[in-house]
Write a protein that binds this ligand. Structure first.
Ligand SMILES: NC(=O)c1ccc[n+]([C@@H]2O[C@H](COP(=O)([O-])OP(=O)(O)OC[C@H]3O[C@@H](n4cnc5c(N)ncnc54)[C@H](O)[C@@H]3O)[C@@H](O)[C@H]2O)c1
Length: 303
């Protein structure tokens, strides 16, 4: 159990709300800072309403914390090639300010980066943290800009900064309308009877990881004291869209799909090597089939 105070910026979003719950269960004092009202309120979490871009409020909120989790992005992989200036002008600059504030107040900063996009196309899979990065969109480029600023603050002023490159999380609280979430879209469309569009031949491979496991691995990083600054957060296992359709069939879940022309924005394969985080977090991860079934049952109960 830990008594640390953790501020989750973007705490009412998909990852933030799940992380709030995980950390509260471990005894952390959790503060969820968000512009939107929480859909669900977890007992023990303190909900703070505020705008990440209000620097004065952000610094006031941050100054008494032990750890801050940066879980906000105003752009996503789907819209970043149109909204990139917003990403650089707003998210990037405010993230630099956040780094500065964290260093000034001795707050550890954990940044949620994107393992699914920063590496780009890679021959060698699974991809380790040492692989050269080839961002394929501005969302990924923005993540890398922020990562580099964190490293610079760490090198120059000793800030305690950790980068979590998350692969493809799925589970309760996700909303594919926000630009990512194949599993979320597939299961929700199965429930409503809508047709699922698949871009290409369905052989795109991703590394899906249950949100509970993501939050456990992130909470390990909150306690981590060591020389490493970047960790892949993933299952380490590649699953294609066609594999998912097969699994859904086996689970008795009906989904109608239509195959469309492939898009050049989609990477063929991204599987992240998770050896580094698994040296710190050793408990078994949820098998994909079980996670898929559980999430479907959760969504069925929500209807
Ligand atoms: N979901 C994924 O697949 C995934 C994968 C890798 C990395 N990430 C990163 O993790 C972070 C969290 O992702 P998520 O899926 O939980 O996103 P999300 O959109 O579900 O949640 C983000 C939260 O930030 C809040 N927010 C947005 N602008 C704000 C502002 N100006 N002030 C205060 N709050 C604001 C939103 O209200 C929302 O609750 C993001 O940085 C994202 O890029 C997500």
């Amino acid at each position: 159990m830990s008594s640390k105070k953790v501020l989750i910026i973007g705490g009412n979003g998909f990852i933030g709300m799940n992380l709030s719950r995980t950390l509260t269960g471990k005894g952390y004092e959790v503060y969820s800072f968000d512009i939107a009202e929480p859909v669900l309120k977890y007992p023990g979490v303190t909900y703070l309403s505020g705008n990440f871009f209000d620097s004065e409020l952000l610094e006031d909120t941050l100054r008494n914390m032990d750890v801050a989790v940066h879980a906000i992005s105003t752009i996503n992989p789907s819209n970043s090639n149109e909204k990139y200036m917003q990403g650089y002008e707003m998210d990037f600059l405010q993230s630099v300010r956040l780094c500065e504030m964290a260093v000034r107040h001795g707050v550890k900063l954990l940044f949620l980066s994107s393992g699914g996009t920063v590496y780009g196309n890679q021959e060698v899979q699974p991809i380790t943290e040492l692989a050269p990065t080839h961002p394929i969109n501005h969302y990924a480029a923005l993540k890398l800009c922020i990562e580099n600023v964190m490293r610079t603050f760490h090198a120059q002023r000793g800030g305690d900064m950790i980068i979590a490159r998350i692969s493809n999380p799925y589970g309760p609280g996700q909303d594919y309308h926000r630009g990512v979430g194949f599993i979320d879209a597939a299961l929700k469309k199965a429930l409503t009877g809508d047709v699922m569009e698949i871009w290409g031949d369905g052989e795109i491979v991703r590394d899906y990881v249950a949100i509970e496991d993501v939050c456990e691995m992130l909470s390990t990083l909150i306690e981590y004291q060591g020389p490493e600054d970047v960790f892949n957060i993933s299952s380490g296992i590649g699953v294609s869209q066609n594999d998912i359709l097969k699994l859904l069939k086996e689970l008795g879940i009906d989904l109608t799909v239509t195959y469309k022309e492939s898009r050049n924005v989609d990477l063929k394969k991204t599987v992240l090597d998770n050896t580094k985080i698994r040296e710190l977090y050793k408990k078994p991860l949820k098998p994909f089939r079980e996670g898929l079934r559980e999430y479907y049952e959760f969504l069925s109960g929500c209807r």
